[in-house]
Design a protein around this ligand. Structure first.
Ligand SMILES: [Ca+2]
Ligand SMILES: [Ca+2]
Length: 589
């Protein structure tokens, strides 16, 4: 597999030069076993060999405890010799790769958590099954068709899935290797049989009449210690997993993936339970090939913990995604090892990305925010509904997939990456939160949708304050100049000067609209020359460089009253000109 997320040129240097001086031969650990022709692979993990298809269950399969081989990530079978028969009384002995006796076709079904196996050209070939400490899987994995397995150099069975071993080499005599699935602690060796071998409706059995035995050498095929990462040590099928997900619990808690790091392929002489291992865990979001448009680097964390034993579950200090690098340092027999996930092809691009909360989860969280004290009564709008509308509008700005509120891309090549705004304001997530100034965005707003929503709520609440302050804030230098021109005009016309100007408070609906506009940034220049363009400005008359306040004058009191007018959409050149109306027209559910 090629993972474009990290380019070789982007890799940082290792903290310490890795020590990889041991040769493959020095590292290999080998054990020899005798596998009787009656060894029943369906007895893996059981106390007695089963025969649901009758004919006798024979013997339990041969158990290989993987820790005796250094808990390898890869095993090989360098020497498999001998002959076996599926019916000793009739002869029909064959070599470990299987033979043509009894029709020469194998199709034995799954039984109690152990898969079946199919081979269209052989019977009585040596098979293996891996199991973890909890024994057989609840559900048998798919049956493999191993007809071509003798020509394949490497296989990757699942826990509980029968795989072809034969004589351990391809027809061309290349030693074959088998990837040990995540969570496997035991390997079983035996044969698959039912009555006639080739009828998949017939359950396993007919082992008791078998003959012969095989001599089987099993060894670790790994060249050096390695770090493996799994989500739950006994979870089948995760050994190929490269991406782990941030998720949301039913309680709405945002949680990092539950990972376990495991040291494998340990040097000869290691006592795992007594090994002190210093684990360094790093998560950093780096941009480049493989990240979506608009992506920005996001600082993560790197922390070290020393633990006894070869397994370690990191306690994440916070919710962060990006490249996951794991380094384990330990000493065996005076030799220091530094093993990094980046040293091995199949673990060098580990990543933590996100999975979106459901629509209902986001709405439940949005609805949990209490009405701020300054939310205007009688605006015709519900506070939480406005928040949901903003979330809906912000989350659908870009084509990031659909289905709800998007903290992350839902699907496609960027699935799980944060939804960065490609429009240049560097916003991200459900509420498209932007950094302040030229700073990098707060990492928590990138990876934790709840933090992102909370930041959006704070932003709307800030906008409500903008609305509250606007009638006062508007009285600046531009206001004074525009009023002075009114007085000058009155003097020229022979009218008495005004004694003052009233600026009306905004209506409840106007305050809501000002707050929504503030969410979008309110960029621009208003009628009085202020470098902010709220949803409303004061009405003026006259040329652009000599504006006068448009006032309604009470002739008795000689007080002028200013007038709020909505800024025409055509006057806006920054942000979304029609933002307020688009938000208000958005669904709130
Ligand atoms: Ca038999
Ligand atoms: Ca072979």
């Amino acid at each position: 597999m090629f993972w474009p997320f990290k380019r070789a040129t982007q890799k940082k240097p290792y903290r310490n030069p890795p020590l990889m001086v041991e040769s493959l031969e020095e590292r290999a650990v080998l054990s020899s076993f005798t596998v009787d022709g009656r060894c029943n692979i369906y007895g893996a993990g059981d106390d007695a060999p089963p025969a649901p298809g009758r004919g006798g269950g024979g013997m339990l399969p041969k158990l290989v405890t993987l820790s005796t081989l250094g808990s390898p990530s890869l095993v090989s079978f360098p020497a498999v010799t001998g002959r076996v028969s599926g019916w000793a009384a009739a002869g029909g002995y064959n070599l470990p790769d299987g033979g043509g006796s009894w029709g020469g076709v194998t199709n034995v079904p799954a039984w109690h958590g152990i898969s079946g196996v199919r081979h269209d050209q052989a019977t009585m070939f040596l098979v293996g099954v891996f199991l973890g400490p909890n024994g057989k899987p609840a559900t048998a994995p798919p049956t493999l068709n191993v007809t071509d397995a003798n020509a394949i150099a490497a296989s990757q069975p699942l826990l509980g899935q029968q795989f072809f071993i034969g004589d351990g080499s391809t027809g061309g005599q290349v030693l074959q290797s088998v990837t040990v699935p995540a969570g496997a602690t035991r390997l079983y060796l035996g044969f698959a049989e039912n009555f006639g071998f080739r009828f998949p409706q017939r359950l396993p059995g007919y082992y008791s009449d078998n003959g012969g035995f095989l001599s089987v050498d099993v060894r670790s095929a790994s060249a050096s210690p390695s770090v493996r990462v799994s989500e739950g040590i006994d979870a089948p099928g995760t050994s190929q997993q490269q991406i782990f997900r941030i998720s949301t619990a039913d309680t709405l808690a945002v949680q990092m993936p539950n990972l376990t790091f495991v040291l494998r392929d340990l040097p000869v002489g290691t006592v795992p339970a007594a090994l002190d291992v210093t684990w360094t865990t790093s998560v950093q979001y780096r941009t480049g090939e493989g990240t979506p448009p608009g992506a920005k680097p996001v600082p993560g964390f790197s922390f070290s913990v020393t633990r006894r034993g070869i397994q370690y579950q990191p306690a994440w200090p916070s919710v962060r995604g990006g490249d996951l690098d794991v380094t384990a340092g330990f000493t065996v027999a005076g030799r220091t090892y530094t093993v990094s996930s980046e040293m091995s092809f199949d673990t060098r691009s580990l990543r933590i990305l996100g999975s979106n909360p459901t629509k209902a989860q986001v709405q439940a969280y949005v609805n949990s925010f209490r009405l701020p004290a300054n939310w205007p009564d009688n605006s015709g709008y519900d506070y939480n509904a406005i928040l949901r509308k903003i979330a809906y509008h912000e989350t659908n700005l870009a084509n990031m997939g659909s289905g709800g509120y998007n903290q992350y891309y839902w699907a496609g090549q960027f699935a799980g990456h944060p939804t960065w705004n490609t429009g240049g304001d560097r916003g991200v997530g459900v509420m498209q939160i932007t950094p302040s100034g030229n700073d990098l965005i707060e990492p928590v707003n990138v990876w934790d949708w709840r933090a992102n929503v909370a930041a959006g709520v704070a932003k709307l609440n800030y906008g409500l304050g903008v609305a509250d302050r606007l009638p006062t804030a508007i009285r600046g230098a531009g206001f004074d100049a525009a009023f002075a021109r009114v007085q000058a005009e009155r003097r020229a016309a022979g009218l008495a000067p005004l004694v003052g100007v009233d600026v009306p408070t905004l209506t409840p609906l106007q305050r809501v609209r000002v707050a929504i506009r503030a969410y979008n940034g309110a960029a621009g220049t208003d009628s009085l020359g202020r470098t902010v363009l709220n949803e409303y400005e004061l009405a003026t008359t006259g040329p652009a460089n000599a504006r006068r306040l448009a006032l309604t004058v009470n002739k008795t009191t000689r007080v002028g009253t200013a007038q709020w007018v909505e800024v025409p959409i055509a006057r806006r050149s920054a942000g979304q000109p029609n933002y307020v109306n688009l938000v208000l027209a958005s669904p709130d559910a």
